[in-house]
Design a protein around this ligand. Structure first.
Ligand SMILES: [Zn+2]
Length: 54
C-alpha cells in the first residue's frame, strides 16, 4: 500500500499516512507542514472537548 511519511509536530514521531486516509490528501498536496499522528490527533481532540465543557 502506498504511503507518505510525515513527522508529527506534537510527539515528533514519524508516522505513515496511507493512501485513502483523510490525512493523505493534505500530506500529498502539502497544504500544511503541521502534521499530527492519529494518537496525538485523538489526544488533542479529547483535550479540546474537556476544555469546552470546563
Ligand atoms: Zn503524535
Amino acid at each position: 500500500m502506498f504511503h507518505y511519511e510525515a513527522v508529527c509536530y506534537h510527539c515528533k514521531k514519524v508516522f505513515k499516512v496511507y493512501e485513502g486516509s483523510p490525512k493523505y490528501k493534505i500530506v500529498k498536496e502539502k497544504k500544511t507542514k503541521m502534521f499530527c499522528c492519529e494518537d496525538c490527533d485523538h489526544k488533542i481532540r479529547l483535550a479540546a472537548i474537556k476544555n469546552f465543557f470546563r
